[in-house]
Design a protein around this ligand. Structure first.
Ligand SMILES: [Zn+2]
Length: 373
């Protein structure tokens, strides 16, 4: 780490222009490869969801200095430090992966977020198009694209040189997300984000939405597409219109958690630990608890945009009594709670989560699974 890179990371990311801040090399990708755009070779991991072919493409990773400074609440940082130390994790940097999911359903090729888009960085913007090329899919062959939310690491790759990167793809997002960024004054009052870079970030998002407007097709919470293969669920808090996705085929399913988790430890150890990028941290926590509890109770296979590549794993409830209680409380109820959260603040108080968050015991953990193929 030298003078010129010191202090970058969080701030640069907030401004949508993350620069290399040094740090980790992923398995098999040494620093010798770093720096050359040509030399980069996005990881592509194939797996199946029932009859559906799926691929996890790595768009790289972000390295943040001072991970604890990014995390809230402040009084939880001692416990967070303990978590890192007890597992031999670094205290001076945090790696956040960028995993892009692609699935093929018959003649449909469907993308879930698009990464940063190509950037001359050793760490990120590894060119999702190149990953698709490795699979044998051209940008023109992508027929549908879902956006979870409009932060640069998710939206950037959808626009290339002022045009849609995937010209034949319908571009789906929740209308709440579109509306938030087009509000006269998008409300960041609850967010712990630094406020300085926000005007630039808002301008950037609006410009990219403008490019995508001709192909934008809003989808509502609960929308089911491709014969029920993909269901959209509102998961607000990280942003106002943050969405997660459930993919089903036969008896198998995959829950794409998107930005409900930014780290394989923190948010699972204590779902009330939040990252400063959340627009509404309290709502993000409530949503996370609902979704994690449901995923643990149902033993759903999950996929995380920011979790260690290839991003596959399971949320495990560690308080088995609470998890079992949820089974009886009715997993079917939880979906409506989530929808309730999206629209109303008043229902929050009645959330049946006291048991699940009781005490200082960890309530969940992330178990990586990479044996699907
Ligand atoms: Zn993200």
């Amino acid at each position: 780490m030298n003078e010129s890179t010191a202090g970058l990371g969080r701030r640069a990311f907030l401004g949508g222009a993350l620069a290399s801040v040094g740090g980790l090399a992923l398995a098999g990708r040494g620093d010798a490869q770093a720096g050359s755009e040509q030399g980069r070779n996005p990881f592509v991991y194939h797996f199946r969801i029932g009859e559906i072919d799926a691929w996890s493409i790595s768009d790289g990773y972000m390295t943040f200095r001072e991970p604890l400074g990014l995390m809230w609440p402040e009084e939880g940082r001692g416990a967070m430090r303990e978590w890192l130390e007890s597992r031999g994790e670094p205290l001076d940097r945090m790696t956040m992966y960028i995993n892009v999911l692609v699935i093929r359903i018959g003649s449909e090729v469907v993308l879930f977020d698009a990464g940063f888009g190509p950037r001359p960085s050793a760490e990120l913007g590894w060119f999702v198009e190149e990953g698709l090329r490795q699979i044998g899919i051209s940008p023109e062959e992508v027929t549908a694209a879902f956006l979870s939310h409009a932060h640069a690491d998710h939206l950037g790759g959808f626009v290339r040189e002022g045009r849609p990167t995937f010209p034949n793809a319908a571009f789906h997002a929740l209308p709440e997300e579109y509306a938030f960024w087009h509000d006269k004054e998008p409300d960041f009052a609850r967010s712990k984000r630094a406020k300085g870079p926000l005007p630039g970030m808002i301008r950037q998002v609006r410009a990219e939405f403008e490019v995508l407007k001709p192909v934008y097709q809003p989808v509502r919470d609960g929308a089911s597409l491709f014969g029920g293969a993909v269901t959209v669920e509102a998961a607000p808090g990280h942003t106002a219109g943050h969405a997660i996705f459930r993919i089903r085929s036969g008896r198998e399913s995959l829950l794409h958690l998107m930005d409900l988790a930014h780290h394989h430890g923190f948010m699972f150890h204590d779902p009330s630990w939040t990252i400063e990028f959340d627009h509404d941290p309290e709502l993000a926590v409530r949503t996370r608890k609902v979704v994690f509890a449901r995923a643990a109770a149902e033993r759903t296979r999950c996929y995380g945009f920011h979790l260690p590549w290839p991003g596959l794993g399971q949320v495990q409830g560690l308080q088995t009594g609470a998890a079992r209680g949820l089974d009886h409380a009715g997993a079917h109820v939880l979906g409506s709670w989530l929808r309730c959260l999206a629209s109303s603040h008043s229902c929050r108080r009645a959330m049946p989560w006291r048991a699940f968050t009781r005490g200082r015991q960890p309530v969940a953990s992330w178990k990586a699974r990479v044996s699907e193929t």
